[in-house]
Design a protein around this ligand. Structure first.
Ligand code: F6R
Length: 613
């Protein structure tokens, strides 16, 4: 996600803005920019690359005069990283500048209307519609303008706004994206910030702007209004964190912060692609009935967790679109002399978009005439650039080496592709399609429920109990087997406990000889049709005195009678369960690793982006 800082006070704004942007830089951004207002004129400077480039371009801020300004570091979502796409965006008359975090879901419709009324767009971003909308609605009264603007905007946003007619003032609006006001009355200065880390050097007093609320921030005063423009009072709170704690949002590790970011990441990945009539728009990637009919199969390729997401996708696509899917590890695919061509679609899965094996697989598939669609998180990464089409997961920057939100958003993106193909092919009934769309739209609320304090407490207690074990098995059938693979990887990579995943039916073909008193098996039981088979697999573990921790959907909660402990997931469709099971297993792995005092964000021998084959 992007970062916002704004300053108004007695000092020069630009150096303070640059300083704030550097505090946000730990998240890894692709471009940045600042806008400063002086004597009724707004000056904007933007630069692709790290904040250091902006430093250079502005002589460390000294080239811009003015005591009020806004700044932004960008993590590209709509449009490649470039000077033009960097924020702030200015209105055509130069009277307004805005910085935006989030996604404007109706930007396409707004852009069409605004362009028809004469607005000229200079970027590919969704954010630019906000500044033209404000310019068009402005009638000399900023508050009334923002009330109207908020009624037009759909999606999530935290926005900082400069208006040339309002000296010393930053306006702020937000919905579903954090924005706070940093108060430093002692020094006669105030801030806006997307993360407290950006302003923590200057103040520890913050007010969180609520959904739909508006703030007018000047050095002497911060005025708050509700969505109808009526004044409201808000109390500041004190943030006791130091900078390092603030970067992690108060969490002890990036991994747990990123686990908690999953409701937002899933919403951003799914919601904007599901249209009001329930149809799915894959960011313009065309899948015609003729093309789908011409396919004799799909290859899904990735490494590590991305490969596991592919396996979940395989089960889903085969079940609903009735297209045969082959899922392969990129490092195997490239040396397998793959049989592919125009009649096979290749889905390339990668969070970073830079994994060397996956990139090589993409190039090989393309060379052999297969159409390639990448499911990638990092915009304009090598894989995103080279694929024929790209569907971005909007997970936001992932810092922890072990992927969490990157993985669950990959599954969500694959579900969208699967449902779209199923619909085009006529392989799914309208009822089932609508039910799955509904489930996808509500999955983030279910993940939120799993992250409630009481649930976390339960997971922590469980992790404590088993953190001293030396090995663990993960078993499941169907999509639960795919979820087991990811659960085992998560546990072993961050806690260094040897963990193995098995298709539950395979245990009896050899592995069961390893089960003895105290051996822990995490058994996934979310696929209701497979319940009787899973129950007998679980009994075969417990009859050898193995310990069974079941992870079950409410419909399969009766498995508790055959298990030592059961984690019940929120109510959901069996096909959506792999996302919820992943969250449960991420939490288990995280707390086990924490009990073992492991270096969770940077496990030994691992790198976030594997750029060697
Ligand atoms: C595990 C993990 C790795 C990555 C793999 C692929 O937690 O993060 O297994 O999934 O290295 O990386 P990307 O998705 O960047 O291609």
């Amino acid at each position: 996600m992007c970062g916002i800082i704004g300053y108004t006070g007695g000092a020069q704004a630009a150096p303070k803005l640059l300083n704030g942007l550097k505090r946000l830089d730990y998240r890894g951004y692709d471009s940045s920019g600042i806008a400063v207002l002086e004597r009724g004129k707004i000056t904007v400077v933007k630069a692709e690359g790290k904040v250091a480039v902006l430093d250079k371009k502005t002589d460390f801020g000294n080239a811009l005069r003015g005591t009020v300004g806004i700044g932004h570091t960008r993590w590209a979502t709509h449009g490649a990283p470039s000077d033009a796409n960097a924020h702030p965006h200015a209105s055509n008359d130069g009277r307004f500048a805005i910085v935006h975090n989030g996604i404007i879901e109706n930007f396409f419709e707004l852009k069409q209307t605004l362009a028809a009324s004469g607005c000229v767009f200079s970027s590919e971003t969704d954010s630019e519609v906000i500044v033209h909308l404000i310019e068009t609605l402005y009638n000399g009264d900023m508050l009334a303008t923002l009330v109207k603007a908020e009624r037009e905007l759909k999606g999530s946003y935290a926005v900082g706004i400069l208006c040339a007619d309002a000296p010393n003032t930053i306006y702020a609006i937000r919905k579903d994206n954090p924005l706070m006001i940093g108060i430093n009355g002692k020094n006669g200065e105030n801030f806006i910030a997307s993360d407290v880390a950006a302003a923590l050097e200057y103040t520890h007093e913050f007010v969180l702007l609520g959904d739909g609320e508006i703030a007018a921030v000047s050095p002497a005063e911060v005025a708050f209004y509700d969505a109808d423009g009526k004044p409201i009072t808000k109390e500041p709170y004190t943030v006791k964190w130091n900078i390092e704690q603030a970067e992690k949002g108060g969490y002890p590790h990036f991994m747990i912060k990123e686990i908690h970011e999953q409701p937002r990441a899933l919403t951003d990945t799914v919601r904007q692609r599901i249209k009001r009539d329930g149809s799915i728009d894959l960011d313009g990637i065309e899948l015609t009935p003729e093309y789908i009919a011409s396919l004799d199969g799909i290859d899904i390729i990735g490494c590590g967790s991305a490969y596991h997401a592919g396996i979940v996708g395989k089960y889903f696509i085969e079940k609903h679109a009735r297209i045969r899917v082959n899922c392969e590890l990129a490092s195997e695919y490239i040396y397998s002399d793959p049989i592919t061509g125009a009649n096979r679609l290749t889905l390339i899965i990668s969070q970073s978009g830079e994994t060397a094996d996956t990139l090589a697989a993409l190039r090989l598939a393309k060379k052999r005439g297969s159409r390639t669609i990448a499911v990638v998180n990092v915009v304009e990464s090598a894989i995103a650039r080279e694929a024929d089409g790209v569907l971005y997961t909007h997970a936001g920057p992932e810092i922890a080496v072990a992927t969490t939100k990157g993985y669950t958003t990959q599954i969500a993106a694959l579900y969208l592709i699967g449902l779209k193909a199923a619909r085009i092919k006529g392989a799914i009934t309208n009822e089932r399609y609508s039910a799955l769309i509904k489930e996808l739209l509500s999955v983030s609320d279910k993940v939120s429920a799993m992250l409630a304090p009481a649930e976390i407490e339960q997971m922590l207690a469980l992790a404590k109990k088993y953190s001293k074990n030396h090995c663990a098995f993960f078993i499941g059938r169907g999509a639960d087997y795919a979820a087991s693979l990811e659960g085992a990887l998560k546990l072993k990579e961050i806690s260094y406990i040897h963990a193995e995943a098995y298709a539950a039916g395979e245990l009896k073909h050899g592995t069961i000889s390893l089960i003895e008193e105290g051996t822990v098996t995490l058994a996934l039981v979310t696929q209701s049709a497979l319940y009787p088979k899973m129950e007998s697999n679980i009994k075969s573990v417990s009859s050898r005195k193995g310990t069974v921790i079941a992870v079950a959907s409410p419909e399969n909660a009766k498995i508790s009678s055959a298990s030592d402990k059961v984690i019940i997931l929120p109510e959901c469709d069996d096909d959506i369960a792999p996302i919820l099971a992943a969250v449960a297993l991420q939490l288990f792995a995280y707390y086990v690793a924490d009990c073992r005092k492991c270096d969770i964000d940077k496990p030994r021998n691992l790198a976030k982006s594997v750029t060697v084959e």
